[in-house]
Unconditional design. Structure first.
Length: 292
């Protein structure tokens, strides 16, 4: 199977998940209203989206050149993590079953992409762009801080350190997935876990906007939790990587609104305008209130 085939599969599966969830969570009325106001929303959110774009570009450069720089200036913390954590991941894998492996493999690849993309679409469907901008900046902070950590801290995952105890379940069960993951990651980029940090970021933002999108909260928490567990279950990350990822998520979510407000990127064109409310929702800009 080629990389192109894997990417097409990813687009089709995640695209289907996004469409179904958009109708169930966002609603047809909001989706229709987005069309006429899309240009304004993009214009207002442009600075925050630019931050995300720049962070993604830096992350790409970091994947290409970061490992070489890391060996010059970084510290290899693999042994310290192993001494501190021991065989926790191996113990977790002792519960492995074909069904669990299939589920967590699907979550790690497809569920993760869906989890990151859906909030961008859902918050773009809101008249105010504040939630969208906080999300974009929070994502950008995750990538930027993660890149710094990957440069300063060299660490190999448990599947590389103790292959006799930890199986690379994702790659042994679905070898084609390595075609995709090898394009976006390196073996030494495990501390912190960006899968964890970005997933927890989505869950935290979902909680902040719970009055606007109440149906999104349980789904976001379920998928985010599954992604976090999958990183360890599949032998990709240490538990310490996951803990560091959670801390990174909290920091990013806390800093994001401050960055948006500090540089005056708030949606002033809609200042004071009430948020659209669906059945059972408050007629209030809940996305703004919950960020405070």
């Amino acid at each position: 199977m080629s990389l192109a085939t894997v990417v097409v599969s990813l687009v089709l599966v995640c695209g289907s998940m996004l469409v179904v969830t958009a109708f169930g969570v966002v609603g047809l009325d909001r989706l229709r209203a987005t069309y006429g106001d899309a240009e304004r929303r993009l214009r207002v959110a442009a600075p925050s989206l630019a931050v995300l774009g720049a962070s993604l570009l830096l992350s790409k450069l970091g994947r290409d050149y970061g490992p070489d720089v890391s060996w010059l200036v970084g510290i290899n913390v693999t042994a310290y993590i192993l001494d501190l954590e021991g065989t926790f991941v191996a113990s977790l894998q002792s519960f492995a079953t074909p069904t669990l492996t299939a589920y967590f493999s699907f979550i790690y690849v497809y569920g993760y992409v869906f989890l990151l993309v859906f909030p961008v679409l859902a918050y773009f469907a809101l008249p105010r762009t504040d939630a969208l901008q906080r999300t974009a900046v929070a994502y950008g902070l995750n990538y930027a801080i993660g890149l710094v950590c990957y440069t300063l801290f060299i660490s190999y995952g448990p599947r590389n350190v103790m292959p006799e105890l930890v199986d690379a379940l994702l790659y042994t069960t679905y070898p084609s997935s390595q075609l995709l993951t090898s394009e976006v990651n390196a073996n030494t980029n495990v501390f912190p876990s960006l899968h964890t940090s970005l997933s927890v970021t989505v869950a935290l933002l979902a909680w902040e906007t719970r009055e606007t999108y109440p149906r999104w909260v349980p789904l976001a928490v379920l998928v985010a939790t599954s992604v976090v567990v999958s990183t360890m279950y599949l032998g990709i990350h240490w538990g310490i990587d996951v803990l560091a990822g959670i801390v990174l998520a909290v920091v990013s979510v806390k800093l994001a609104p401050r960055v948006v407000e500090r540089y005056g990127w708030t949606d002033r064109e809609r200042a004071g305008a009430p948020e659209e409310a669906g059945p059972g929702e408050e007629h209030e800009d809940a996305t703004r209130v919950r960020a405070r």
